[in-house]
Ligand binder design. Structure first.
Ligand SMILES: NC(=O)c1ccc[n+]([C@@H]2O[C@H](COP(=O)([O-])OP(=O)(O)OC[C@H]3O[C@@H](n4cnc5c(N)ncnc54)[C@H](O)[C@@H]3O)[C@@H](O)[C@H]2O)c1
Length: 396
């Protein structure tokens, strides 16, 4: 059987620990036998980031900008313990943060649904994708404790002042910001992704209370939608819908799913964890970074699964769930196929996704899913990390 040819390289960002082990295995077992894989490889493992003083991360992000599509393995974000473990010269920044900064993108997280793992919310039939604005607000806030009381003011560049509060005793204050530019990028990434997925887009803030700050988000979204996207949405048969965050929460809980929910930074942080848990497991959640100019970086939403890696190093058996990492590869290959007009490549990606889901639905899965799985007539059977990949390969 001849392998499927690729025309443009996929930017491959390798990573750390257990996910690095699985990365190699996924490629050799599930992809390379069928696809003449063309990648531009960047090793974002912590050893190489240290060796290149993190230049490799910057180069990888620029390569995604050049070619348009990347696939990333989970990576360690160093903390004090990792400084010692890897003998680092510096506490390197999160690679995700660096790539996001260069691509100026928004992260979209979507649960992977399988028959046998029911969401906790029984009416959800389709995935709900969260789009989280990853810039500003409380994450870049300035805070102070006011121990003695007194008047706190906000001084603006035009020289005017606004009173925040006149404290009669001790209290706390916080200053937060966002920029029109970042909000506009967020809006365009959301509209582009909704068109790409042919899925309705919801956006929610608390504009009734925050009449300038949150209202600015609402206005920028509305303006960009009218000027650049309304006609495209109508042609694609999808909708853009703005509502107050309280109303959005109530509607989400009663919905069937099947839409993208764009949230401000804090709302997205909280709601994405709620959705991941309610849909089943972090190991069954895909994540894609979409830039406002249409570049895509696919990855799993989980980390490097350190605990399993230490077991693996000791020669012990692990049962690490590789579904989200497989879906990062299929997402990226399908996108490459779509951009390069290679329907065979896109069809292969769909086949691999189906083989993965069919494997679980037939009862073969990693340990983390066994306790969640309920399907009449099927008794779940836990396999090890590599056994799971072999079971998928047997269906290709
Ligand atoms: N996107 C990324 O690159 C990313 C995201 C989060 C954490 N990290 C890094 O990963 C490392 C470990 O962090 P962590 O432990 O907080 O997060 P983690 O996602 O690796 O693990 C969290 C918990 O979920 C379980 N888990 C996660 N994915 C699993 C899978 N595929 N199969 C089975 N169980 C799974 C783990 O065993 C652990 O109990 C850290 O160094 C952190 O910096 C990277």
């Amino acid at each position: 059987m001849s392998k499927i040819k690729m025309t443009t390289p996929l930017v491959e960002l390798d990573g750390d620990e257990m996910t690095r082990v699985l990365w190699k295995e996924i490629k050799s077992t599930l992809i390379e036998p069928y696809v003449d894989l063309k990648t531009e490889y960047y090793d974002l493992g912590l050893v190489e980031r240290e060796k290149t003083q993190d230049q490799v991360t910057v180069d990888a992000a620029n390569a995604i900008k050049k070619y348009g599509v990347g696939v990333k393995c989970a990576t360690i974000t160093p903390n004090a313990q990792r400084m010692t473990e890897y003998n680092l010269s510096k506490m390197w920044k999160s690679p995700n943060g660096t790539v996001r900064g260069i691509l100026d993108g928004t992260v979209f997280r979507t649960p992977i649904l399988v028959d046998g793992i029911r969401p906790i919310v029984s009416c959800w039939q389709k995935p709900i994708t969260i789009a989280r604005h990853a810039y500003g607000d409380v994450y870049a806030g300035v805070e102070a404790y006011v121990p003695e009381g007194g008047k706190v003011t906000l001084k603006l560049p035009d020289g005017s002042e606004k009173t925040v509060f006149e404290f009669k005793g001790p209290g706390i204050v916080q200053g937060i910001h966002n920029t029109d530019r970042s909000i506009a990028s967020f809006a365009r990434s959301c509209f582009n992704y909704a068109l790409d997925r042919k899925t309705d887009l919801w956006f929610s803030t608390k504009d009734t209370i925050s009449k300038i700050y949150d209202h600015r988000f609402k206005d920028i979204f509305a303006e960009i939608f009218e000027q650049e996207y309304r006609a495209k949405f109508e042609a694609a048969g999808i909708e853009y819908f703005y509502t107050l965050i309280d109303d959005a929460v109530a509607r989400v809980m009663r919905s069937k799913g099947g839409f993208i929910w764009a949230c401000k930074n804090y709302d997205g942080d909280v709601m994405s964890d709620m959705l991941a848990t309610a849909f089943g497991s972090l190991a069954m959640m895909t994540s894609v970074l979409v830039s406002p100019d249409g570049c895509f970086e696919y990855e799993a939403a989980h980390g490097t699964v350190t605990r399993h890696y230490y077991k693996h190093l000791k020669g012990e058996e692990t049962s690490t769930n590789s579904v989200a990492t497989i879906f990062a590869w299929t997402g990226a290959l399908a996108k490459r196929g779509q951009l390069d007009n290679l329907p065979e490549l896109t069809a292969f990606a769909e086949k691999l996704e189906k083989a993965t889901l069919d494997t679980i639905e037939s009862g073969v899965m990693t340990k983390d899913l066994v306790s969640l799985f309920r399907k009449e007539g099927v008794t779940p059977q836990a396999v090890d990390s590599f056994g799971f990949l072999k079971a998928i390969a047997s269906r290709l």
